[in-house]
Design a protein around this ligand. Structure first.
Ligand SMILES: [Zn+2]
Length: 478
């Protein structure tokens, strides 16, 4: 018997290998063994009939939140239902990331950054180089792949922000920065500042669309145009954007005000005072939507029920605001450079625990409206994310590639099935996976295996973050 599984008759979309057509996919263990117009079913341990589906390289979501403070109990199941095979938790904190990756895992590959947050992982808003180096060292040893700077929520000084990016670059660790500092905010000014702070260094700037809500320039389209121009000129920065209307932030209030600066800004956008009372009024009115668990996933609730839920949890909830204008989301997803390459490298969700895991559903809507081709959809939801994280065996379905595969109904744009490492995780609406494989660097393997996790090593130094983009966007990852 040659194959543990044959996926029979699906429409394979694999731009890195130049495949777009009806093929059988033979999986042996955790690898893709052979793809051909027809494989002998007698050679397979299991046949999965997928003739109604597109069969694409497993979706990689490079921006999710799965930790307890984000309401992450359901996050892995929500991602699995959304067709995600691999996800990067943008910021942990690490202890909370690893808690749910074990007990509440749904069979996915997951990695995490450790957050740099004054009062939590660093002392104050101006940590020195030694403190930042110590945090990075500890994080890498525990298994994180790098650091997430949370300036837009929990700002640090511009100098210490720059230091943190330098420290991560020196160690060739992953580094992402939600723009904003003690001098700016989570808006186009914070974005411009983050590009300046990253000068001559390498940096991932997350959720490009989110800085462009018409807070500073009045018109969101002028802000997203400025952001995209800056990214086109500063190719040391890699980036993603998301497609959902809602953002995601903290509902927690301390001393009568929201602890997150982003939450305060969202209140002000709709004319509410940036106070605990303002947030309560916004929840009651439906502008602020509290995340609450319902039937195995998190959903948005509003009104009195939401106020009670938020109060019952001492305000320690996730909250979503419908603040993302269409022009910023659509331009960030589709804008191109002069050479035809995309300005923003990937589509990510900023979801996980937040109910906006829409990379497949909204990404496929862009395909149906011909804003993206099928190949471009795969480029932005799997191939480029694999390169960004340093996973050359993901993002494509060549022989020997990881058997991470997402199946999509092209009529509805809905995820139908997924395999992760050759194991079924999602099958026609049912979740059948458990646990997690942790993607880590060489540094983190021992600590994670001591905790009982299976691990896979990613090559951050060889990733798009540090080694740049390929000349041919559809080439196989090196
Ligand atoms: Zn985020």
């Amino acid at each position: 018997m040659a194959f543990s599984t044959i996926l029979r008759g699906g429409r394979v979309v694999d731009p890195a290998n130049g495949r777009f057509g009806t093929f059988d996919v033979g999986v042996d263990g955790d690898r893709v063994a052979e793809i051909a117009p027809e494989l002998d079913p007698a050679r397979a341990g299991r046949i999965l009939e997928v003739g109604d589906c597109w069969v694409v390289p497993g979706v990689i979501d490079l921006h999710v939140h799965t930790s307890r403070r984000h309401g992450g109990y359901n996050a892995h199941r929500m991602m699995a239902r959304a067709g995600v095979c691999t996800a990067l938790d943008m910021g942990g904190p690490w202890d909370e990331f690893i808690e749910f990756a074990g007990d509440e895992g749904a069979g996915l590959n997951v990695a995490s950054l450790q957050q740099v947050r004054p009062g939590l992982t660093v002392g104050d808003d101006d940590p020195g180089r030694g403190e930042l180096e110590a945090l990075l060292e500890k994080s890498l040893e525990e298994g994180a792949v790098g650091l997430k700077l949370l300036g837009g929520h929990y700002p640090m000084t511009p100098d210490s922000t720059r230091r943190a990016i330098e420290v991560a670059n020196a160690a060739r660790a992953y580094v992402a920065f939600h723009g904003g500092s003690t001098e700016t905010g989570s808006n186009i000014e914070g974005f411009v500042e983050s590009v300046e702070l990253a000068r001559d260094l390498n940096l991932h700037i997350p959720h490009v669309n989110s800085y462009c809500r018409g807070q500073i320039k009045e018109r969101a389209i002028d802000e997203i145009t400025e952001a995209l121009d800056l990214l086109a000129q500063n190719r040391n920065i890699i980036s993603e954007s998301y497609l959902a209307t809602i953002n995601g932030t903290s509902g927690r209030c301390v001393d009568g005000v929201p602890e997150s600066k982003a939450t305060a800004q969202c209140l002000q956008l709709a004319g509410y005072p940036a106070t605990e009372e303002g947030l309560e009024a916004a929840i009651r009115d439906g502008w602020a939507r509290i995340n609450a668990p319902r039937g195995g996933e998190n959903v948005n609730i509003t009104g009195e029920e939401a106020v009670r839920s938020w109060r019952a949890r001492d305000t320690i909830t996730s909250v979503n605001f419908p603040v993302n204008p269409a022009e910023s989301r659509l331009l960030a997803a589709t804008a191109r450079n002069g050479d035809g390459s995309f300005v923003v490298d990937a589509i990510a969700s900023d979801g996980g625990a937040h109910p906006r895991n829409v990379n497949v559903s909204s990404g496929m809507a862009l395909v149906r409206t011909e804003a993206l081709t099928a190949e471009e959809f795969v480029l932005k939801t799997s191939l480029n994310p694999a390169r960004m994280l340093g996973c050359p065996s993901k993002g494509h379905l060549g022989e020997g590639a990881d058997a991470d595969i997402t199946g999509i109904d092209p009529e509805t744009g809905s995820p139908v099935f997924s395999l992760v490492g050759g194991e079924l995780v999602l099958w026609r609406g049912a979740l059948v996976g458990s646990g997690s494989t942790i993607l880590t660097t060489e540094r983190g393997v021992d600590a994670l295996q001591a905790k009982g996790f299976s691990t896979r090593v990613v090559d951050v130094a060889g990733s798009m973050l540090y080694s740049g983009r390929p000349a041919d966007p559809f080439s196989r990852p090196a």
